[in-house]
Design a protein. Structure first.
Length: 173
C-alpha cells in the first residue's frame, strides 16, 4: 500500500470583453453595458491518493482532489452612457472575482497482462453539478460620480447566474 499527498498552486485569469447585463445589483438590475473585465490571481489545492498492489500484476488506485477557491483581482471598465440615455458615461472599477473549482474523485486499475503490456483504466467523478452556479463580481472604487450617484455608492456586487438550466426553469415558471 502506498499513500501520497500533494499541495498545488493554482493560477486563474478571468477575461470578459462583451455585452453585459447586471443581474443582482438592485439599482442596475437589467442595465446593459459593454464590459471589459480582467482579473487574475492565485490559490491552492490539495490532493490525496493511495495505490494498492492487489497481486504482482494488478494495482488499484484511488485519488481525491478537494474543492479549491481562487480570489482574483483586476479592473472592470465600460460605458453606461447608451443605457442611461447620454452619449458617453465611461467607468472604471477595481474588480474582484472569486472562482471555486469542484472536488474530484478518481479510481483506476492497472493489469500487467504481459511483461511488455500493461492495461489500465480510470474513472473520474468531478462535482460539476455543485460548481459554478454563480459568479460573484465585486466592484469597488468606481471613478464615475454620476454612476456612483445612481448606485448610491462607489462599490457594488453582482452575482451572475451561470447555471443555464436553472435560468430556463425560472423563465417558464
Amino acid at each position: 500500500l502506498r499513500l501520497g499527498v500533494s499541495v498545488g498552486l493554482l493560477y486563474n485569469r478571468n477575461q470578459l470583453r462583451s455585452p453585459f447585463i447586471f443581474q443582482s445589483e438592485p439599482s442596475l438590475q437589467g442595465a446593459k453595458t459593454l464590459l471589459d473585465l480582467r482579473t487574475e490571481g492565485f490559490g491552492w489545492d490539495a490532493r490525496a491518493g493511495l495505490l494498492f498492489e492487489l497481486t504482482d500484476s494488478i494495482q488499484l488506485g484511488l485519488a481525491y482532489r478537494g474543492q479549491a477557491t481562487v480570489e482574483t483581482d483586476g479592473t472592470a471598465r465600460g460605458d453606461a452612457g447608451v443605457q442611461l440615455g447620454v452619449p458617453s458615461l465611461p467607468f472604471r472599477y477595481d474588480a474582484e472575482v472569486e472562482t471555486t473549482f469542484p472536488h474530484q474523485v478518481s479510481a483506476g486499475v492497472s493489469w500487467q497482462a504481459h511483461r511488455r503490456w500493461r492495461l489500465a483504466g480510470q474513472v473520474d467523478w468531478i462535482g460539476w453539478a455543485d460548481a459554478f452556479r454563480t459568479l460573484e463580481v465585486r466592484l469597488t472604487d468606481g471613478d464615475n460620480a454620476t454612476l456612483n450617484e445612481v448606485v448610491g455608492s462607489s462599490s457594488l456586487t453582482d452575482r451572475i447566474p451561470l447555471n443555464w438550466k436553472d435560468q430556463i426553469g425560472r423563465a417558464h415558471v
